[in-house]
Design a protein around this ligand. Structure first.
Ligand code: ATP
Ligand code: MG
Length: 432
């Protein structure tokens, strides 16, 4: 036998029955987006490398260490598998002048790629739900997006404050960050002996990034570092307070975490993360914030914007730990076709039932043939279907099919006409 091939390390296959949870989750997300008026967008998985270097910042974990970048062997272009969705969406908006008629609320869902050490909740290909409000400057949209996450948690059966908690912060504006940066450099220079290699390299290029360090040996100097909050001017504080007033009115508890900085350079003003204690060190399920400067940085007109990204794998791990059990969907009906001569009539009937919206399966031929009536009925039972459709020779001779009830304990059998499938199709469908 030929050697087996395996998936790339850190990149997962999602198969049944696990995929049922994914579909259940995606259905909830789609419904949520419709309720909040967010329109779907899809952008390419591969983008020019320069988009992420310029968009996310050269001195960030993602750009320095985590991107899958390669040269297109056909034409020499420098390309990268997207490590996040926002930069590509902004590129598309600028390229197509999509905000010409006014602001837009958009969302997308798909795979992103980061070369990290794979572990539970951390993969090299993972999936994000990404939500962006483009062209809005007010704190109301920041709050709307946070409340939208909360609505999703409720929809999924997660308990706010227990399973997921909100942390928020403000990163102010560029001039405020500049002053803070000076103070940060002075602070870290005074503790130079404790800095690790990353931190030493970033000390002058991007000291804010040091605050995002996960190195336990540096936690105490990170904690004692000057806080950006104390450099915020009136307008930045007013923006933060306006967001907070809406969250307070909505009764949403949160912690202002002055050390929350997020991993990309494009953020300003509001930033937030939804965190959980139930997934060990991979505790952030969703993160976002305002990025008013990104459009300009990517060659567009100044355009205020705010968005969030949710890690689907992490959220599903959390749901597995604390959420409802999601059973794979069961068919409405299962066809039992004892004699192969009945296949043409039976399969045409199944097509008509499916066209009428009925979820119906049949036991198709296998290596050992189709099996006896008894074994097919067993398969029907095991499928979880509510009804068996029995295409026996006697019934077919009268242009009928026997519909046997499998779940209500009655074992009741009703004859239905083959000629009028749409007349009885609805009786097979579950009301749940
Ligand atoms: P972390 O601090 O855990 O590395 P991050 O700040 O890099 O997360 P973001 O860039 O904000 O993450 O991405 C949004 C969400 O995507 C995260 O909150 C998380 O749920 C998820 N995520 C990030 N990296 C990974 C990964 N390698 N595997 C699985 N999910 C991830
Ligand atoms: Mg990361």
């Amino acid at each position: 036998m030929a050697e087996k091939l395996t998936a790339v390390k850190g990149m997962n296959d999602i198969l049944p029955p696990e995929s049922a949870r994914w579909e259940w989750f995606e259905d909830k997300v789609r419904a949520l987006m419709r309720r909040y008026g967010y329109a779907n967008v899809r952008t390419p998985v591969v983008e020019p490398t320069a988009l992420f270097v310029r968009g996310l910042g050269e001195v960030t974990d993602i750009v320095e260490k985590e991107m899958y970048s390669f040269t297109d062997s056909m034409n020499g272009d420098q390309l990268t598998l997207r490590p996040e969705a926002t930069a590509g969406i902004v590129r598309a908006m600028v390229e197509h002048n999509a905000l010409y008629n006014g602001p837009l609320r958009v969302w997308t869902m798909g795979a992103v790629f980061r070369h990290e050490r794979p572990q539970k909740g951390r993969y090299r290909q993972f999936h994000q739900i990404d939500v962006e409000a483009l062209g809005y400057c007010g704190p109301d949209v920041d709050a709307e997006q946070i409340l939208m996450c909360r609505a999703l948690w409720q929809e999924l059966g997660l308990v706010e404050g227990e399973d997921v908690r909100l942390e928020i912060n403000s990163l102010g504006q560029a001039d405020e960050r500049r002053q803070h940066r000076e103070a940060l450099i002075a602070h870290f220079e005074a503790h130079a002996s404790v800095l690790d290699e990353d931190a030493r390299r970033r000390l002058h290029s991007n000291p804010l990034r040091i605050l995002d360090s996960k190195n336990p040996a540096m936690q105490s100097i990170v904690e004692s570092a000057p806080q950006l909050m104390s450099f915020l001017g009136e307008a930045s504080l007013a923006h933060l307070n306006a967001v907070r007033a809406i969250l307070d009115a909505a009764g949403l508890a949160y912690r202002v975490n002055p050390r929350l900085v997020r991993g990309m350079d494009y953020y300003n003003l509001t930033v937030f993360e939804w965190v959980t204690d139930k997934l060990g060190s991979q505790g952030t399920v969703c993160g976002g914030g305002r990025y008013d400067g990104l459009f300009e940085q990517l060659g567009g007109k100044p355009t205020p914007a705010v968005g969030w990204g949710l890690g689907v794998e992490r959220l599903l791990l959390l749901l597995e730990a604390v959420g409802p059990v999601i059973a794979p969907p069961v068919p409405d009906a299962y066809a039992v076709i004892p004699d192969a001569a009945a296949l043409p009539v039976a399969m045409c009937t199944l097509q008509a039932l499916r066209a009428a919206g009925v979820n119906v399966q049949m036991h198709a031929g296998t290596g050992e043939g189709r099996g006896s009536m008894k074994s097919q009925l067993k398969k029907a039972d095991a499928s979880g279907a509510r009804h068996a459709l029995i295409f026996g020779a006697d019934e077919l001779a009268q242009n009928l099919v026997a519909v046997k009830s499998l779940r209500d304990g009655s074992g009741q059998q009703v004859m239905q006409p083959l000629a009028d499938v749409s007349g009885w199709a609805a009786t097979l469908q579950s009301l749940t």
